[in-house]
Design a protein around this ligand. Sequence first.
Ligand code: SF4
Ligand code: SF3
Length: 543
Amino acid sequence: MGMFCYQCQETAKGTGCTVKGVCGKTERVAKLQDLLIYTLKGVSEIVIKGNLDVKNLEQVNHEALRSLFITITNANFDDIAIAKEIEKMITMRNKLREKITEKILHDAAVFEVSSIDDMQMKAAEIGVLATENEDVRSLRELITYGVKGMAAYTHHALNIGKENVDIYAFLYEALAATLDDGLTIEELVALTLKTGQYGVAAMALLDEANTSKYGNPELTEVNIGVMNNPAILISGHDLTDLEQLLEQTKGTGIDVYTHSEMLPAHYYPAFKKYDNLIGNYGNSWWKQIEEFASFNGPILFTTNCIVPPRSEEIKARIFTSGASGYPGCVHIEADLNGKKDFSQIINLAKTLKAPTEIETGKIIGGFAHEQVFALADKVVAAVKSGAIKKFVVMAGCDGRMKSREYYTEFAQKLPKDSVILTAGCAKYRYNKLGLGDIGGIPRVLDAGQCNDSYSLALIALKLKDIFELQDVNELPIVYNIAWYEQKAVIVLLALLYLGVKNIHLGPTLPGFLSPNVAKVLIDNFGITGVGPVADDIVRFIES
Ligand code: SF4
Ligand code: SF3
């Protein structure tokens, strides 16, 4: 069997990448990622069948998060690094197996491989299509992708020193369940919703980690122009990497700019003290091919989303850390205390030109829960007076498909008495349109990164209380969410768990939803896709 991957929105023909990923993932990397997940499922089965106490599995817990994160779309393209991670997981798995008495175990818990070629052969047997029933396959993958997103957020929280062992316990429960042929469709649907429950827990954990360490995001204007110093661009979601980079570049004459999902770092009080944090350069991830060329300096990826570089010159300027990786790019690993030495990047920056300006001005953000609660009186008065008629949650991911122009047009055509609540890189489709404000409340309220969709849920729950409603669905809030990778999957499952109904999901529904599983989501939660903008404005807003 060749490669088969349909975990993201850009999957080939909407059904599956079978020769090479649209993302640039090779068959070799795709198969190694499949085998890494398979190994982790075997680890999970041992933990569950052996009734092991996850509190005592610190090293395995942490490595499991990293393994899952590595397989998220656009995070890691490095075959050697993934093969090493498989070896590490197999070693941990075998040690765990010695602790249990249960002898009847799935192949995932016992198989052995002795080389990368061996791994490729093994992977050919165990990929996504090895599950024959398309509904079971669909639910198993939906759960697995949700768990990947959950692991990414939990990993960020861990880097800040915050953990919740219940999340690890669920992670093993969910992954072990995907090996269990005895589970019914109903049981798998229930597990999907439970995945959403733990998604909420993971986002709450990360929110607590971020705000306790860096303060609560506050209304902030972010410069999108450039200065004259050589500079480093930092991309991805890991705030601890940004903090270390800012500390290490202090006084060196090297400036730092955020890119894509790192933009919301500017909203945290703790990062405002760094005068070498200059602004945000560029737009969402998929524009990096041209924007990295004009940035001129080194780029540090802390997580997804990497687009395979098209020239050796740019590749030589790309560095990775954490779960991210790209063959031929220098990877910077943390020491045992979590410290990363970025001196190679800083030294390279000193030899390169300052960034070329591609735009000027400022964008505004920082509307996470505490900032919006601080404005609650103003917001409530605007709703009561009719100045604000609708809130439109347009959180999620961006992507390179032309069909995503929908979101720009949708934002432009929204009635002027509506406010967009956003989080994630989806915002780049409309955050520079100058959509104005309503009585001083900006019409685009950016809460932060994709995980800060949690803030949007808290805001909705707060409004429900203020307006004394029984159900969050009675609020004048419409959900028009854009998805791309697996973090958006966990955000979606979290919203479903919180009882949010009638979410519009685009630009296309996931290819991994079988017709029957899609029907369950439509019938129980009112999930629908998107259509022509003019029709959707009527359907979502005016009806
Ligand atoms: Fe295809 Fe997306 Fe998988 Fe990449 S991550 S191989 S684009 S489905
Ligand atoms: Fe974007 Fe990759 Fe998902 Fe964190 S950076 S939202 S796509």
